[in-house]
Design a protein around this ligand. Structure first.
Ligand SMILES: Cc1cc2nc3c(=O)[nH]c(=O)nc-3n(C[C@H](O)[C@H](O)[C@H](O)COP(=O)(O)OP(=O)(O)OC[C@H]3O[C@@H](n4cnc5c(N)ncnc54)[C@H](O)[C@@H]3O)c2cc1C
Ligand SMILES: NC(=O)c1ccc[n+]([C@@H]2O[C@H](COP(=O)([O-])OP(=O)(O)OC[C@H]3O[C@@H](n4cnc5c(N)ncnc54)[C@H](OP(=O)(O)O)[C@@H]3O)[C@@H](O)[C@H]2O)c1
Length: 266
């Protein structure tokens, strides 16, 4: 009798094999890649996909926010190479033509449609937590729904401030500009001695507590006007939730409208 174990297969009902179409390296640790989009794949900007790579007999699965617009033919993701990370180590030499498994369904509740009201949408991101906001900010609905869009991206070093070209040209897109919102891009670094003029220095939590973030935006954070999305480092999210809670803001619950939604990456 043969002792060869059966080859594992992933049900086509669960996932489809897609093809990497491009890879972009932002730094030696940060990269984006695009894949073909599974037939019929639906997602709301802010949601994440579950991606799989096969290693030997095993398939590893991880969650990745979709950064591409909902209308694009391809899906894009923004990743950090975690030192010794099981999944991201497999992606070190990713190149166009490689296969990647994509689960059929999209997931996640950090979407702008969770807010029933509000004037100002604050998007607070650390590191790769920027990803979902790249998709959200390409959604014309968001530009119609809010008066102010404030994206805050906090990273260790300025070289990690990815997607700057795309972000700075969003207001030039007619379908977004038609919505009438004003976009503000606020960048912050925490370990860069020579931050670019105009960038803030310090963690999102520190900048919130000191009032520097609101001063930079020229907008106060209030229960009435502000709706907040937070994504990335889970400790940043826990601490920011506490700060917002003290100021009267509450999380959105299934049946109860609130003022903030979150997505922890680990
Ligand atoms: C809902 C959701 C969405 C996610 N979206 C993204 C995304 O868009 N881009 C992305 O790079 N990762 C994202 N992640 C994290 C991703 O799923 C993996 O955990 C990550 O790529 C590490 O996998 P790994 O097997 O290489 O490392 P593991 O061996 O699983 O190591 C995990 C450790 O790496 C660190 N880590 C994991 N992810 C990050 C991160 N993004 N930034 C900083 N440190 C991290 C943490 O210390 C964590 O404990 C998301 C996670 C969740 C739950
Ligand atoms: N980015 C790099 O150059 C680098 C280098 C070596 C290894 N790594 C590894 O790569 C992974 C990802 O690193 P990353 O830099 O993308 O993500 P990260 O460690 O989550 O840091 C991103 C930003 O979040 C801030 N932050 C961390 N904890 C916070 C908190 N509790 N409240 C508010 N802000 C907080 C960081 O500030 P602080 O700087 O103050 O922590 C930093 O500005 C990690 O596993 C890391 O060990 C990264």
């Amino acid at each position: 009798m043969s002792s060869t174990p059966p080859k594992p297969t992933v049900s086509p009902l669960k996932a489809s094999t897609e093809t990497v179409t491009s890879v972009h390296n932002w730094t030696d640790k940060l990269f984006s890649f695009r894949t073909t989009r599974p037939a019929g794949y639906q997602f709301t900007p802010g949601q994440f996909a579950r991606l799989g790579v096969t290693v030997g007999e095993e398939t590893l699965w991880r969650a990745y926010s979709v950064t591409s617009a909902a209308t694009e033919n391809e899906l894009e993701y923004f990743l950090v190479q975690v030192p010794g990370g099981l999944f991201t180590e497999q992606l070190k030499h990713l190149k166009p033509g490689d296969p990647v498994l994509v689960e059929k369904f999209s997931y996640g509740f950090m979407t702008a449609d969770r807010f029933v009201d509000g004037d100002d949408l604050w998007m607070l991101a650390t590191g790769t937590g920027l990803g979902p906001f790249i998709s959200i900010l390409q959604d014309p609905m968001v530009w119609q729904k809010f008066r102010n869009l404030i994206l805050v991206h906090c990273v260790r070093n300025a070289e990690e401030l990815a997607y700057q070209d795309l972000l700075s040209t969003l207001p030039l897109r007619p379908e977004l500009a038609a919505g009438g919102a004003r976009l503000q891009l606020i960048r912050a670094t925490t370990r860069d001695a020579k931050a670019v003029a105009g960038d803030l220095q310090g963690r999102i939590t520190t900048l919130l507590t000191s009032g520097a973030l609101e001063a930079a935006a020229g907008l106060p954070i209030t229960v009435e006007a502000s709706r907040v999305m937070m994504c990335g480092n889970p400790e940043m999210i826990t601490e920011t939730r506490e700060i917002l809670h003290q100021r009267g803001l509450r999380p959105c619950r299934r049946a109860v409208p609130g003022q903030f939604v979150t997505e922890d990456y680990w």
